[in-house]
Ligand binder design. Structure first.
Ligand SMILES: Cc1ncc(COP(=O)(O)O)c(C=O)c1O
Length: 224
């Protein structure tokens, strides 16, 4: 299972690395499920889908949707592409549990596909500005943060504060009204990190950063 750009770290994958995975999948006769819902929100380099590599379409289930690039989270519409026999097998479960996406959402999705390219490109530049702002703010307040290459998540480390992810996140929301997801919600490797979404407006991001910086500062006084 692949997910690039990745939630929660914003990591992306080079074409060369995907080619290596594709070789492995072919060698061991594996199926690949690839969730590329953040593909359009790639800030560095060009997004490559593993499904587009030679010999991979027949062994890949490609997942995508409208929630991220088109900011259509509430529309609840996405799609899977893959070899016909696999999609037919998926349909046996899907059609008795979901029926279908609403007509309103389908119409909105058609509009997004036909006329959405320009607004998506504009939004991507807004996300880039927000990303640059939030990453700098975290580093300035002493929370090490890499520059995510895609998605709309920053993933700063809170290790320098001495608090674990869960305690940091729950105190931050209680004391400063700033919500983020503790990194360990994504697995043990995420402990010591936070996932901070920058899909909201820049002004709100600025306020959240000011409050987080104040909270981090208060921890230092607490520890002193
Ligand atoms: C990697 C990934 N895939 C899928 C989704 C779900 O998107 P949707 O709102 O279309 O169900 C998300 C949403 O957070 C996501 O991060």
């Amino acid at each position: 299972m692949l997910n690039f750009p990745t939630n929660p770290t914003g990591g992306t994958m080079t074409r060369e690395s995907l080619e290596a995975i594709a070789r492995l999948a072919k060698h061991h006769n594996l199926l690949v499920i690839t969730d590329e819902i953040y593909a359009e929100l790639t800030f560095e380099g060009k997004h490559t889908s593993i499904a587009a590599l030679p010999g991979m379409a027949e062994r890949t289930i490609f997942l995508h949707g409208f929630s991220k690039a088109y900011a259509m989270t509430g529309f609840r519409i996405g799609y899977a592409c893959g070899p016909a026999e696999l999609i037919e097998a998926m349909m046996r479960i899907h059609q008795y549990s979901m029926l279908c996406a609403s007509i309103i959402s389908q119409e909105a999705a058609i509009e997004a596909l036909q006329n959405g390219a320009e607004p998506v490109a504009e939004m991507k530049e807004q996300y880039r500005l927000r990303r640059n702002y939030i990453v700098k703010a975290f580093n300035d307040m002493g929370l090490d943060c890499h520059l995510p290459r895609g998605s709309f998540y920053a993933f700063p480390s809170v290790q320098s504060t001495g608090l674990g992810s869960g305690e940091f996140a729950s105190r931050l929301v209680k004391e400063e009204n700033v919500a983020c997801v503790p990194g360990n919600a994504f697995g043990d490797a995420g402990e010591g990190f936070l996932r901070c979404c920058f899909a909201t407006g820049l002004e709100q991001i600025k306020t959240a950063c000011e409050r987080t910086a104040r909270f981090v500062k208060s921890l230092k006084t607490e520890g002193a």
